[in-house]
Design a protein around this ligand. Structure first.
Ligand SMILES: Nc1ncnc2c1ncn2[C@@H]1O[C@H](COP(=O)(O)OP(=O)(O)OP(=O)(O)O)[C@@H](O)[C@H]1O
Ligand SMILES: [Mg+2]
Length: 348
């Protein structure tokens, strides 16, 4: 068992910046937890407090049922992988992976067994004798991960480990990290600001904003039922359309059933369709201003009624639409999201 439990954890940096404002989270044994949120929202700070690299200003962090607030990083039995994986350039891949274990006085044959095992899992066996400079970016990142794996820690902590890689390699490594974590079943906390990476990796997805947790849960639960306007706009690409609709309504927008008062209406681009599908609750009229074809689908951008708020409509495959064209798109009641414009919270 090595779960991680955060209870009202706060961080106030010297100078008074409150980077983390009372975060409570439970990360179960073997779970892959992803922290996602915009730059400066406190992700790295939270991770570094779990690692013991930052002091905790308030609340508690427990690993394996034991409060670790006052425990030194080296004693916490965690391994961290950073964006700048900083391998030792003068050491071979083998020595880079063995370094931490040697420092701890692990017996030689134990080190050898663990390094070879990690190298096999990560498919870097052919490069064990090479220096890091003779490796590709992705291979280097795998060696950095190997360094963490050989430690057999209770918890892996990742801080944007893929952000130095090009787009294609990122996707490849994303899949590999997921497979690796499934195989090792090590409790993991992974920080990223890439919502797609977050969606695909997480067992538990935690959306942070301004030092607080906006929503935590299974990725598709957050996608289907965002509890706040922030989460609605953050999860999903292209983003959910969010339109403030006054009590009196908006020109070009017909809404058959809606909560009373002004609301923020949310509708994902993929849930707006041009063919009426029966009992549609929402109908919008848009004047197309831009057409973006990405191959498998096409995104139509356009202003409501020609001059209202901008909306995005996804159409499958290749589209024949052109700027200036007026289109009508509909959506069913079950695909609509409503939020309170004052509190930003979901209305059910
Ligand atoms: N050592 C420090 N002293 C004072 N303030 C800090 C310190 N480190 C971070 N901060 C502030 O704390 C807040 C959270 O920073 P943090 O690095 O945790 O953000 P982040 O979510 O990891 O962002 P990014 O996605 O850009 O890495 C920011 O406002 C930052 O300026
Ligand atoms: Mg960070």
């Amino acid at each position: 068992m090595s779960d991680v439990r955060l209870d009202a954890v706060r961080k106030v940096y010297p100078g008074g910046v409150e980077a983390v404002k009372g975060v409570s989270l439970e990360i179960a044994d073997g779970q892959f937890c992803v922290l996602v949120g915009p730059s400066g929202c406190g992700k790295s700070t939270l991770l570094r407090m779990v690692a013991g690299l930052e002091t905790i200003s308030g609340g508690t962090c427990a690993i394996d049922g034991k409060v670790v607030n006052e425990i030194e990083p080296a004693e916490r039995d965690i391994a961290m992988v950073f964006q700048n994986y900083a391998l030792y350039p003068h050491m071979s891949v083998y020595d880079n992976m063995a370094y931490g274990l040697r420092n701890r006085g692990t017996p030689k044959d134990e080190i050898d067994a663990r390094v070879k095992e990690a190298a096999r899992i990560l498919e870097v066996e052919p490069f064990l004798a090479r220096k890091p400079k003779a490796l590709s970016g992705g291979q280097r990142q795998r060696v950095a991960m190997g360094r963490a794996i050989v430690r057999k820690p209770k918890v892996f902590l990742f801080d944007e480990p893929l952000s130095n890689l090009d787009a294609k390699l990122r996707i490849q490594m994303r899949v590999e990290i997921k497979k690796l974590q499934r195989a090792l079943k090590t409790t993991s906390i992974y920080v990223t600001h890439d919502q797609l990476e977050a969606m695909t990796l997480a067992d538990q997805l935690v959306v942070m904003n301004k030092g607080q947790v906006e929503q935590a849960g299974a990725p598709l639960d957050l996608y289907e039922k965002p509890q706040t306007i922030f989460v609605a706009g953050f999860i999903g690409a292209p983003p959910m359309n969010l339109v403030t609709v006054p009590e009196a309504g908006l020109p070009g927008l017909t809404l058959i059933e809606r909560p009373a008062g002004p609301v923020v209406l949310g509708i994902r681009p993929e849930h707006l369709h041009e063919q009426p599908m029966g009992p549609d609750t929402l109908t919008v009229e848009i004047v197309v201003s831009a057409v973006e074809a990405v191959g498998a689908e096409t995104y139509l951008y356009g202003a409501l009624h020609g001059h209202g708020p901008e909306l995005i409509v996804r159409v499958p495959g290749r589209a024949t639409h052109a700027p200036g064209q007026r289109i009508r798109a509909c959506a069913e009641a079950s695909q609509l999201h409503f939020f309170n414009p004052q509190t930003g919270r979901r209305i059910d």
